[in-house]
Design a protein around this ligand. Structure first.
Ligand code: SIN
Length: 347
């Protein structure tokens, strides 16, 4: 008989572990149910995989800080280094899952074991709870990924409502529906117990593990600067705020929010990343002051290229005006933070 896939499940909270009034989908507490209870509710789960649970956090993903991301990265890497683990499953809230998945994609060293994040849109106590189905599907997907190893495992994966996404394809697009991440760029569909592949994950300028060693070096510097305390990482990455454009912006208000001038700024422009003219003087001033700016878009689909809707000359300001490509504004923030950290380490 083939050996069961050995999966380490790291739980962080979210609606998948949410508990409220029985039968209701709203008004619940995120992260209130432990992972073992969630697993025990899935018929036949123990025949599917041999599971080890690491209860890491019990929070809603809106409360994630840099410290949570760093501790989760460490827990994922510890599990990957464990010879008794074939694959890693992370349960997480949906609201900021695209940020965590992208952070792990960029900072976990490339290896041959799959890491998959899953979540739910309805709390465990709701009549139409989707968490147990997603968890069961996640176990099947991990078994499938392990069976095809190493060909299909360069990456961090997200599974939600039968669809498997690469980290860069992941973005929350619906505030209420169970298939909240649905877009046309998913990589595979879980049909019954198997992954039906559609396309490879997109990586472009952001390949898996690109900042793994940079972050390791920064953590060593951070720990030596902080003495013994190694579980507070807030401030390790440069601050990069995000601003979402709209009509009738008050540039003075925006300028006040950017004091002191941050190392980087993400502007979620309109359409193809267009920045309203009323912000141009502020953008010029920030670029002159050394701030790096990444133009993204508040529109969910379609990449933002350097050349489109960009009145800034690329050769001026030492190339500090960037474009987000396929990243969401929130993923752009992480990409810029890690890029700035990389240039600090290289300096
Ligand atoms: C959260 O992101 O933690 C809450 C919402 C959800 O999981 O759907």
């Amino acid at each position: 008989m083939p050996r069961k896939t050995r999966i380490t499940l790291i739980s962080t909270g979210g609606t998948i572990a949410g508990l409220g009034q029985v039968g209701h989908s709203t008004g619940y507490t995120a992260g209130a149910v432990d992972a073992q209870t969630l697993l025990d509710a899935i018929p036949g789960v123990h025949g599917l995989a041999s599971l080890r649970i690491v209860p890491l956090f019990s929070i809603g993903s809106q409360d994630f800080t840099e410290t949570h991301s760093m501790l989760l990265r460490q827990a994922v890497m510890d599990a990957l280094n464990d010879r008794q683990t074939d694959a890693v499953l992370v349960t997480h809230g949906t609201d900021t899952l695209e940020e965590t998945a992208f952070f792990l994609h960029l900072t976990v060293p490339v290896q041959s074991k799959p890491v998959l994040l899953t979540a739910a849109m309805r709390p465990a106590s709701a009549a139409s709870a989707d968490g147990s189905g997603n968890l069961r599907d996640a176990l099947h997907a991990l078994r499938s990924l392990c069976a095809s190893r190493p060909v299909k495992t360069p990456n961090i994966w997200v599974l939600m409502a039968n669809r498997l996404y690469g980290a860069i394809e992941t973005s929350k697009r619906n505030a209420l529906a169970p298939d909240a991440f649905h877009n046309q760029r998913h990589c595979a569909f879980l049909l019954d117990e198997h992954l039906e592949w559609i396309s490879a994950p997109v990586e472009g300028a952001w390949p898996a593990g690109r900042f793994a060693s940079v972050l390791d070096k920064a953590m060593v510097n951070w720990a030596s600067g902080k003495g013994a305390s190694q579980d507070d990482f807030d401030g390790l990455l440069p601050e990069v705020p995000v601003f979402v454009c709209h009509q009738d912006i008050n540039p003075k208000r925006v300028a006040a929010m950017l004091k002191p001038v941050p190392r980087g700024w993400v502007i979620a422009g309109v359409g193809h990343g267009a920045v309203p003219a009323m912000l141009h003087p502020l953008v010029n001033k920030l670029l002159q002051q050394g701030c790096w700016i990444m133009r993204a878009s508040r529109t969910p689909e379609g990449p933002v290229f350097v050349s489109g809707e960009n009145p800034w000359n690329q050769s001026s300001f030492e190339g500090r005006m960037l474009a987000s490509g396929r990243l969401t504004p929130w993923q752009s923030r992480i990409a810029l933070q890690l890029s700035l950290l990389e240039s600090d380490i290289a300096a």
